[in-house]
Every structure is written in structure tokens, then in C-alpha cells.
Design a protein around this ligand. Sequence first.
Ligand code: F6R
Length: 366
Amino acid sequence: DLGPYRHFMQKEIHEQPRALADTLEGALNSQLNLGDLWGAQAEAIFKDVNSVLFLASGTSHYATLVGRQWLESIAGIPAQAELGHEYRYRDSIPNPRQLIVTLSQSGETLDTFEALKRAKELGHGYTLSICNVAESAIPRASALRFLTRAGPEIGVASTKAFTTQLVALYLLAISLAKAQGKLDADTQATHLEALRQLPGSVQHALNLEPQIQSWAARFAGKEHALFLGRGLHYPIALEGALKLKEISYIHAEAYPAGELKHGPLALVDSNMPVVVIAPNDRLLEKVAANMQEVHARGGELYVFADADSHFSASAGIHVMRLPRHTGLLSPVVHVIPVQLLAYHAALVKGTDVDRPRNLAKAVTVE
Ligand code: F6R
């Protein structure tokens, strides 16, 4: 049942405040009880872990690109993220104290499942799965499990699964920090309070839909687009570009903004819309300098900034303001407008939003 929405994708985008609140409920109610959240052996495993390797595909992989940064910032544990289909065929050095974390909405993605099997063959015993479908292959094959509570995701393009994965990864970072004695009670309370506020901030971002619709109309006539971000928001640029490619068939590329001058700047001209994820974090001045590089070459900038930022619009620079900056959790808020941008660009183009050509919801083949 679509209710007031035109497509499942739009409905699922709007379900995110609820999906996030449901996914966070157990952690918030239990004050981060590790056994309840992750499984009976979690405390013992988390104490021993000395590094984390994330394995996933597609949008789920982009979630891990944020997650690995949170792991290092919050828990001080080295973390890497790799695509399952790359990991399974390369020589790697097993580390018995490394936690292998698979992320999958469906729990059936073959590339991710095979990577998990490969890790186990190599002797990895510490396995954890973050998944949206309880009775599926990947969580069944993992020692520890966390279920995201996005509810069934019908649209082929993943939206609410992504943001619920992000909060699960944030919970993982604070859980590992706690198990390793790196999280004092005050800091834990601060993290949990920030999570409690998050669905409200996401709702504020959703309220920008009418403005985003007017931006999307300009994208629908373009053949290419660039998405830029830095740090925690480079994965959000990747996700924005993927969503636009998948459902509107507009060619989009994402770059960490610092990389522009190393090549992609050559693509920029007045026909190239450039979306910039520009939250008020410590990289803002750097991102602003990168925006200047684009502006000077005649590129049209579409900037997602925070309410408390000093950006102002001018010729060739369009600025939209999100809610006030939400710190480390900012990627969860900043992905909302790029989901909506892709959705509305596809609507203008008249593509089959929920069932884009050539794609399947769960990729169970190699
Ligand atoms: C993109 C998308 C895909 C999936 C990928 C992994 O919108 O949906 O990139 O994220 O196929 O799927 P799961 O998470 O089910 O393993």
C-alpha cells in the first residue's frame, strides 16, 4: 500500500524517521546492553577485537565507508572496508582477532555471502552481520547479528536500508568502545542522546522535498553530474551518484572533493552540474576552496549546507540548508536530500523508479 506516495522509493524515503527510531529502540532502551544488542558472545568478542574488516556490496558498501571512519574516531580500532567480490578472490592475511562485519539489506547477496565464507575458510571466527532480513543466509552464517528494522524494502534503489545500516554501524562503534573500556558514562550518554535526536533531524531534511524538486528539474535535462564530498561525506557523494545513475540513468560520478584538481576538474564546464555535500564539519573550509575551483571553471554548484553555515547563494551557486549540524551523525542527515534529488530527477524523466532497467533487488548470482 503506497498511501499518499507515488512510488515505494518515495514511501521508503519518508519512512526513514520511523525506521531509524525502530532500529535504535533496543539500544536506547537498554542503555547499550551489548549482549542484548549483538548476541550472547558479544562482550567477550568485542573485548578481544583488534581490527575490523567490513565486507559488503553497492549501497551497503558505502555505509561501511562511513562506518570504518566512525570505528576509528569513536572506538580507536583500525577498520577497513572492502567489496565482497574483491576480497574473496585476493590473497589476504587472516588475523584471528579481526572482526569480520558483513552488511546486507537482503542477507542474500552472493558476493557478500561468498566473501564471508572465504573469511571463515581463512580462519576468521569473529563474524558479525548487520542485516534487514532476519531469516537470511548471511546472518545465519555469522556468530553475532544485528537486525536493522527498516521493514521490507520494495524499491530496488536502497534508501531506508542504508540509513538504518548507518545507525547500526554507529552503535557498533560505541559498543566496541564500551567493551574495550574506552567509553565513559558521560560520553555514552552523549552518543545515545545524539542518536535519540536523529530521527527528528532526518524529518527536517525530508521537509526540504519541494525545494529539492525544483533542483531536480534542472538535472533531468543533463547527461552528466558530479558529486563531491570529503571525509564522512565522501561516501554520501558516492551514494548520491549511485542513486542518480540507477533510477534516472544520468551518468554521475562522485569524488572526494580534494581529488578534483588531480583530474576530474577537466570535465567541469557550464553543462556540468556539481552537487556538493558541505556540512559544517572541520572540512568545510577545504570544501569551500574546492567549490571555488568548480565555480571558476563555469560549473553550476548545488550545495547542501547546514543551517548554521555561512554559505550564500550567488550566480552559479545554489545553496540549500539542512537542519543544524549533527556532528558525527551528519552523513545520516545529508544523504536524505541526495535520495530525494535522484527520485525527483527520475520522476521528471519518467523512468520506472521502483524497477530500474537491468537491476534486481537481491543479487544472488555472481
Ligand atoms: C543500490 C542497491 C544495491 C545494493 C547491493 C547490496 O541502491 O540497492 O547497490 O545495496 O546490491 O545489496 P544488499 O544490501 O542486499 O546486500
